[in-house]
Design a protein around this ligand. Sequence first.
Ligand code: DMJ
Length: 640
Amino acid sequence: MVLLRKLPGMPGWPAALGLRLPQKFLFLLFLSGLLTLCFGALFLLPDSSRFKRLFLPRRATASSSSSSSSSASSSSASSSSTRDTDLPRSPPAAAEPRHASPAAPRRLREKLRTVARMAGPPAHTAPGSRQQVQGGERRAEPATGAPPARETRAPLRFDYERFRRSLRHPVRGRRPGEDPETRARRMKIKEMMKFAWDNYKQYALGKNELRPLTKNGHIGNMFGGLRGATVVDALDTLYIMELEEEFQEAKKWVEKSFDLNVNGEASLFEVNIRYIGGLLAAYYLTGEEVFKSKALELGEKLLPAFNTPTGIPRGVINLGSGMSWSWGWASAGSSILAEFGTLHLEFLHLSELSGNPVFAEKVMNIRKVLNRVEKPQGLYPNFLSPVTGNWVQHHVSIGGLGDSFYEYLIKSWLMSDKKDSEAKKMYDDALEAIEKHLVKKSAGGLTYIAEWRGGILDHKMGHLACFSGGMIALGAEHAGQERKQHYMDLAAEITNTCHESYARSDTKLGPEAFRFDAGTEAMATRLSERYYILRPEVVESYMYMWRLTHNPKYRQWGWEVVKALEKHCRVEAGFSGIRDVYTTTPTHDNMQQSFFLAETLKYLYLLFCEDDVLSLDDWVFNTEAHPLPVNHTNFKASVQ
Ligand code: DMJ
């Protein structure tokens, strides 16, 4: 009130203005109103205003900004709760328990838990990515590429110890007494794995595959500059086979040399099934954090591929720039069913481990698009436009381009501990349509699954389609009583046909594709289809059929494959594919595929193990044979 003080030698300035008492009173009233107005206006100034900082204490400024940002980001957090000084200043939806200090007050932890519960479980988040409230209606925002990682991360932490306790069997089994022949066969397969690994390590460590004839490494162009595909693919097989030293070598390479800062064009599908699948499995088996963090980091790099009008990802992605596009060979810029349909298992686990629902949202959206589009005769064609969400071509196949989409439907259901009934229904309906339109019997009595081209059947089965014996058996286990035996019989017949494709060759290894026309049964008719590249699908079906029936013929058939591999594929420095299975002196293709270590040798080994080694009660295998756990309990722990 300096202005109203009477200065010595000067009259008071209202008096100086010559005002009388009532007028003076009115003037003072007006003046005090004006001052109140000016002070109040300070609150309307932006936080950055120097004026405001001069007049208001710091704490009030921070509090007001926190309150406004929290109300913008989360409708669940009322402004009254954010005024509570216990709450973090960052938006509540972004608050992560792992960032909260262990000594954080209990009240805070409870609040975070409440926010998490309100966020809901990732797998049930509405598809179509984040939801936006507009005009009073919730509408799905088109899936965006850039992961809003920090904004959507749910405040739950994965509890590894709790997960291990939830397993029903020890991961590597109990090793009861067993017959010496089975043990000796298993040891032989272990020796093959060691041989494959040792040669890769010696000649190609850090490259993607070994070239066993020229004794060098191969990089290829499928993995966008990522290296060490064989290391990551081999990790869990080395662990399961108790090749401890070799496992440590592989782990060390991942820790020290596995570089994710690459800038090349990668197949979304291949990176997912081999690298993410391999890293996730290695983490779940061992609890080593390095595998988890690499899997999550890589997973985030794949997200921009989903940035399309429908959210159906494109097949190719640059891991550096995030640019993505469709394969040049895929008609009309389409995405491939077996590629975008083979992400579900891994992406659910990425959400499980990170607490970030974005991965689950992406794959749930794929399912939503597939459920919406009309299926010709109930079948799923192989090419879908990521722009319109419509089929581009009516080619249906349970082999290449379609295969693992069906596999992931039944495995999604199993992995959810049989709770994901939508996946089960999609699988049941798809299998019914496949059986009705594609399953045929040859003149010689062999059951096979043909391919379908706009209604015309192509009587050919690819080696890739031979995984379906195992898949159908796995599904049969859980079919209704009246269908159970029917599907077990179908699975056995298909596995038998695939065995025939091996048995009818000179090497006892099967061709890339075999046909049932012009008097041919289960044999390749084209020169270009006679090769064998160490693929796993036939032994994969033997493994499932053995576990589900214990018919000794499956072990016998598996042993025939071991002998054929030793005879025709083992070379001085590793294993190699062959160019023609119909000659006893085949030439080699000079490539030891990474899936030989991930899948072929793992399935063969499991065929000669007791059922509790990687028990089917506890694990589902991704399409590269990487074991991912069944969600018996909710593995997410409450905040500790
Ligand atoms: C593997 O990478 C996977 O099994 C995939 O699903 C299909 N192709 C190869 C093996 O043949």
